[in-house]
Design a protein around this ligand. Sequence first.
Ligand SMILES: Nc1nc2c(ncn2[C@@H]2O[C@H](COP(=O)(O)OP(=O)(O)O)[C@@H](O)[C@H]2O)c(=O)[nH]1
Ligand SMILES: [Mg+2]
Length: 174
Amino acid sequence: MKDIKLIITGSMGAGKTTVVSTISDIPPVRTDVPVSADKVRGDKTTTTVALDYGSLTLDKERRLLIFGTPGQRRYDFMCKILARGALGVVILIDHACQDPVDDLRYYLDLFKDTIEDSTAVIGVTHTDEKPDAPLQPYYDLLEAREMPLPVFSIDARRHDHIIMMLEALLETTR
Ligand SMILES: Nc1nc2c(ncn2[C@@H]2O[C@H](COP(=O)(O)OP(=O)(O)O)[C@@H](O)[C@H]2O)c(=O)[nH]1
Ligand SMILES: [Mg+2]
């Protein structure tokens, strides 16, 4: 059995914990804690402080180990630790947030080395909340960075969406 380590990152609320719990075939490890009332967005009342962890056996040969990063930037030091040995990075972007393109820029920078050594995919979430906003600005940024990464519009609660995105990522792992 080959273990394939993946990182899932993105801002608070982008859907990291949801993705891990949607696809994991073991009970996911969570380290969510309540957030202060002034930071509550929608029905989201918890945030991940250390990590999310889940695992998904793909077939007889391959098992994915998925590590979610904490969403709050003051825990960014954790990302470098989690990224060691990762074969791919999933960057989730909350399409309905204030400045999603800036988020993408931020995570491309934070995981620059890991992405260059492995590969990455962009999962754009919450598109149902902002259906008219185009995806083109993400492609424009990736092109400007000379990082031709695939971009998927996904709902973090949809198993089929996540599998499609992960298959695209695995196609490009080295
Ligand atoms: N409407 C909508 N809600 C989503 C989508 N993806 C995730 N969510 C919800 O967004 C909230 C935050 O997700 P969570 O996984 O906790 O985000 P995290 O902070 O990145 O771990 C949860 O209530 C999810 O059910 C999406 O594509 N559309
Ligand atoms: Mg979380």
